[in-house]
Design a protein around this ligand. Structure first.
Ligand code: GLC
Length: 436
């Protein structure tokens, strides 16, 4: 099998499932101003340890998280097993800086894996390549390390090979001790810290020997600002299986150098922050998130929406509320997303098309002032149903449409040239069956 065929085979379930939950959780939930605090405020390890001593998520109940995710139509999840701060949410044999040594004494990864797997979600783990806790990670002069400009670290001796052995050992633990891991999400290469600096070839060979089907993102090689060699005719062993744009839906989806679509997954925050923050008002609504998900699918990609559980171990109530609203929509319309991708018909002005074989889904966001134009030849249409209530949607040809003979027009009522309210204010979906 060619590299491309293998990649497409590996990513088939993910590209079918389209929608996942990102979970950023760590000690940073306690100071509650996001996961970059230690770097921004240049906090030394000894001082940051206070959050380790305080960390006690008494409400942690991943079964609840899993239930909320499954209801929202998410099919997989990605939890930060270790973020940049270096704290491990799992019982690693290679560090003391782990959840089993905090007040909660739990292997948080194990409980997450068990809970999400038991509701049928696929399991993803996020692992930070850089580490602000490990003594052998570059300190002075690094781009992000809390001690990056602290002169007293100028002559600090570290052994990066030790760090690499640590990192490889932890990845091995994660892929050995928790059953099948479906997806591994590295974060991220930067500056000179890219690709083979992480001994990435060796790492990926080891990972695939333990979990042959595991899907990897492209961040061993790049960060969100580029695509990497996955898009070239000569991809590296560690180029990953999908491209991971961040906080943006790519304007045209993502293709390789020859113009062929690549697997991709956009990741986004719900409230402008990955880790938990107190008091933020900037939440994306369920309507925005659903519409962005539709946009991703229409461009052949996935959406991974983030939540940042708090120091008690709860997903913020506002996030849960948004997920519930998404659940309500997904219950009726998820068929228009799962297994769907780009349509052969070009993007309409009122929304998006998604397509699965001979079924086209028209996602109507904007109210029209009369009949709705579809750029699909009438001769190709077998049937049209409104997914809201499975009512038949008739093709109409009122005199007002005669100027536009190349379009097919539909409307929801009589008289056919009038305006009718869209059935669903988030996204009204028409299921259009094509003739062969
Ligand atoms: C950025 C952030 C990081 C977050 C990631 C998710 O790289 O620095 O904190 O985990 O985005 O894509």
């Amino acid at each position: 099998m060619s590299y491309k065929e293998e990649r497409n085979k590996r990513t088939a379930w993910m590209m079918h499932d389209r929608f996942g939950l990102f979970i950023h959780w760590g000690l940073y939930a306690v100071p509650a101003i996001g996961e970059w605090k230690q770097s921004y405020e240049r906090i030394p390890t000894e001082e940051y340890k206070k959050y380790f001593d305080e960390f006690d998520p008494v409400d942690y109940n991943p079964a609840e998280w899993a239930k909320a995710a499954a209801a929202a139509g998410m099919k997989y999840a990605v939890l930060t097993a270790k973020h940049h701060e270096g704290f491990c949410l799992f019982d690693s044999a290679y560090t003391d800086f782990k959840s089993t040594n905090t007040k909660c004494k739990k292997d948080l990864v194990r409980e997450y894996v068990d809970a999400f797997r038991s509701v049928g979600l696929k399991i993803g783990l996020y692992y930070s390549l850089f580490d602000w806790h490990h003594k052998d990670y570059p300190h002075y002069g690094d781009l992000y390390h809390p001690m990056r400009d602290n002169e007293s670290y100028k002559d600090y001796q570290y052994n990066f090979d030790n760090y690499l052995a640590y990192m490889h050992n932890q990845v091995r633990e994660l892929l050995t001790n928790y059953g099948k891991i479906d997806l591994f999400w590295f974060d991220n290469s930067y500056g000179k810290m890219v690709g083979e600096v992480w001994k990435s070839t060796e790492l990926v060979i080891m990972m695939r020997s333990l979990q042959p089907d595991i899907i990897l993102n492209n961040r061993l090689e790049v960060n969100a600002s580029s695509r990497g060699s996955i898009g070239t005719s000569n991809p590296s062993v560690f180029s990953g299986d999908f491209v991971a744009p961040e906080q943006i839906v790519p304007p045209q989806g993502i293709c390789d150098d020859t113009g062929e679509p690549l697997p991709w997954e956009a990741n986004c925050t719900m409230n402008n922050n990955w880790g938990y923050v107190t008091g933020t008002a900037h939440y994306k609504s369920a309507k925005v998130l659903i519409r962005k998900l539709v946009e991703c699918v229409s461009k052949g990609g996935n959406l991974l929406v983030n939540v940042g559980p708090d120091g008690r171990g709860n997903i913020p109530e506002k996030s849960i509320k948004i997920m519930k609203r998404m659940a309500h929509w997904m219950k009726k319309y998820s068929d228009s997303l799962y297994g769907c991708g780009r349509s052969v018909f070009s993007k309409p002005e009122w929304g998006y098309y998604t397509q699965k074989g001979n079924t086209v889904y028209a996602h109507i966001f904007d109210q029209c002032i009369g009949p709705i134009p579809l750029q699909i030849p009438t001769s190709r249409i077998k049937s049209i149903h409104n997914m809201y209530d499975y009512s038949e949607v008739p093709i109409v040809r009122p005199w007002t449409t005669q100027l536009f003979p190349d379009y097919t027009f539909v409307n929801f009522g009589n008289p056919p040239q009038a305006t009718f309210e869209l059935a669903d204010e988030i996204d009204t979906v028409l299921k259009i069956e094509l003739t062969n």
